[in-house]
Design a protein around this ligand. Structure first.
Ligand code: ZN
Ligand code: ZN
Length: 340
């Protein structure tokens, strides 16, 4: 038996016993160390759905995790019991057309932890133990804080979004939304050489953290129009709020690239499509991440991307309900970390 954080329906999260997973050849059992509560976990908890992915059966949430290898399946090499690892929540087939193109995040047969995008749902990692393929584990130094290693997943999301945007060297970048993804997007844009990164949000705490993540300038979107609107080479929309979309289109310069990173609500909403025409905007979706997880772990371990300013609280996994309530309060929280 193992305890896990399970969403049964909207506002119904339980820390309860779930079935033990079978250790199969090529897989390892990882003991939970630290996990990051993500916007999508919160949406399952608060709304019972993320975008169009609705909860239809109990879902162990969580996809940002680092821990310790507890048991090795047959044939596993390169890992030992006791190794500390960051766990890539994404397992692609390697065989479908999109995988063969290298766009593994669009794999037709992907298994992504803690997601209701398929039935049966793909169970997540906010559990005392979880069984994953050995290839999903990336070793981190024995003394490296697992709270930071666990954030390799959201950093991967932002590295992928930067890849979608193209060359950021010398560019002026707008990041809309300073939740954890917007915060890491700010840091990743700086690392990729952006000359200016302006980050917007409605919450003072989020803006303060954005400054700590290296934003050139922060702006409270509730207090007026985006500074220098119409001049940004690249806009990363990380809020996932339909209210932010008009500002994103206005902020982009002619010929700009707009990357939609935030998952928007499931209902349709109006989009100023003529601006895409008249400004010749390249509007690109960015979904999870392709083959950049190992790179993201490396960036965090090397300190190139410092994720610590985003962490606002650490709460034991057993108090998952309290942790989720806290994480949902943007006045008090950015990234909330669950610990063993
Ligand atoms: Zn995440
Ligand atoms: Zn595939």
């Amino acid at each position: 038996m193992r305890y896990a954080a399970v969403v049964h329906a909207k506002r119904d999260l339980r820390f309860e016993c779930v079935a033990e997973e079978q250790l199969t050849p090529g897989s390892v059992r990882v003991r939970f160390g630290c996990g990051g509560i993500c916007g999508s976990d919160l949406h399952y908890f608060l709304d019972g759905a993320v975008g169009n992915f609705a909860i239809a059966e109990p879902l162990v949430v969580g996809h940002e995790m680092a821990g310790e290898v507890a048991e090795l399946g047959a044939g596993v090499t390169g890992l030992a019991v006791g190794d500390r690892v960051a766990v890539n929540p994404s397992r692609h087939c390697g065989d479908c057309v999109r995988c063969r193109e290298g766009r593994t995040n669009l794999c037709a047969n992907v298994y992504f932890m803690g997601s209701a995008s398929k039935r049966p749902h793909m169970q997540g990692c906010f559990a005392e133990t979880v069984v994953v393929r050995a290839e999903q584990c990336v070793k981190v130094p024995a003394d490296f804080p697992l709270a930071r290693a666990a954030l390799s997943e959201p950093v991967s999301v932002c590295v992928h979004a930067a890849d979608r945007a193209g060359d950021l060297q010398g560019r002026s970048v707008l990041v809309i939304g300073a939740g954890p993804i917007g915060l890491f997007q700010t840091a990743v844009a700086k690392w990729r050489g952006a000359a200016k990164v302006v980050t917007t949000d409605l919450e003072p705490l989020a803006l303060e953290r954005a400054e700590a993540m290296g934003a050139t300038r922060v702006h409270n979107a509730g207090e007026g129009p985006t500074p220098d609107a119409g001049t940004y080479d690249v806009v990363f929309e990380c809020s996932g709020s339909t209210r932010a979309i008009p500002a994103a289109f206005e902020a982009a310069r002619r010929g700009a690239v707009m990357v939609q990173v935030g998952m928007l609500p499931g209902e349709p909403f109006p989009v100023p499509f003529n601006i895409i025409v008249s400004k010749e905007l390249d509007v690109r979706g960015s979904f999870r991440f392709a083959d950049v997880y190992r790179q993201a772990v490396g960036l965090i371990v090397a300190g190139t991307i410092d994720v610590t300013p985003a962490i606002t609280a650490t709460v034991p996994l057993a108090d998952a309900v309290r942790a989720f309530e806290l994480a949902a309060d943007r006045k008090r929280s950015a990234k909330v970390i669950l610990t063993a």
